[in-house]
Write a protein that binds this ligand. Structure first.
Ligand code: B12
Length: 211
């Protein structure tokens, strides 16, 4: 099987919501020497986008989205180990991260966590559906160099604004980066964050610059 064919099959397996086939195809792609970033961008993120479009068009329903989510989760779980392997000994800084309140999407955020750990950061992951007060409480406790807020839904933007406002009003000095496909330069300015990222690699690059 060629690289292209393997990634095409992986996309179909995810869209079918078949975690076992997805895992098998990720392993096969890795064995073939396909880079982790290629597997993610060309197959996993692409199928997530396709599933989202099918959902918007009324072709997919919530159960389909759930099955796709399971397959994405299973596929990314294997990649996380490869992303973490490069871990350095000395810490580059501490990062507090979580998905904002009302939003349970956490697959992308967890990938970013793995990428950051692989880059040598200490990461404290608050999980998903995290209230602004929880970000504040933990920020006061660990004094992170940077706080990352994740959100995939349009309505998460207002929660990001609330969270950033609370952190700033309480004089938290950590840099703030927001991530998720819905974000733009304009929404980033509106939210009051220091920067935003549409994907994990861009995020890591920007975090390295911010810290
Ligand atoms: C899988 C999925 C689900 C799964 C989530 C499982 C899980 N544990 O996360 C389930 C089925 C549970 C789900 C539920 C819902 N979903 Co949904 N879901 C998706 C889907 C198909 C894929 C998301 C995904 O995992 N992508 C793969 C990961 C790897 O990519 P990512 O999350 O974008 O992350 C990358 C970047 O964004 C970035 N990043 C992410 N976070 C951060 C943070 C920082 C700090 C940085 C630097 C970078 C960064 O780096 C990551 C790696 O590159 C998207 C479609 C899409 N286009 O995104 C819809 C989508 C996000 N869902 C949507 C909706 C509407 C819902 C529901 C409301 C449906 C419903 N009727 O109940 C619920 C929401 C429930 C809630 N309260 O949160 C909409 C949101 C629309 C909008 N604009 O508001 C989307 C866009 C689908 C669509 N097109 O309509 N969903």
């Amino acid at each position: 099987m060629k690289e292209e064919e393997s990634l095409e099959k992986l996309k179909s397996a995810i869209l079918k919501g078949d975690p076992h086939e997805a895992v098998d195809l990720v392993n096969r792609s890795i064995k073939m020497g396909v880079e982790v970033k290629e597997i993610l961008n060309r197959a996993i993120l692409k199928s997530a986008e396709d599933a989202g479009n099918l959902y918007e068009e009324g072709e997919y329903f919530l159960p389909d989205l759930l099955m796709t989510g399971d397959a994405i989760n299973a596929a990314t779980e294997i990649l996380k180990n490869s992303l973490k392997e490069k871990s350095e000994i000395e810490s580059k800084g501490t990062i507090l991260i979580g998905t904002v309140e009302g939003d349970i999407h956490d697959i992308g955020k967890s990938l970013v966590v793995s990428l950051l750990k692989g880059q040598g950061f200490d990461v404290v992951d608050l999980g998903s559906d995290v209230p602004p007060e929880e970000f504040l409480r933990k920020a006061k406790e660990i004094n992170p160099n940077l706080i990352g807020l994740s959100g995939l839904m349009t309505m998460s933007i207002s929660k990001m604004i609330e969270t950033v406002n609370l952190l700033k009003n309480e004089n938290i000095q950590s840099k703030i980066i927001i991530g998720g496909g819905i974000l733009s330069k304009e929404s980033c300015e509106m939210i009051g964050a220091d920067d935003f990222a549409k994907d994990g690699w861009e995020g890591v690059k920007k975090i390295n610059n911010l810290i």
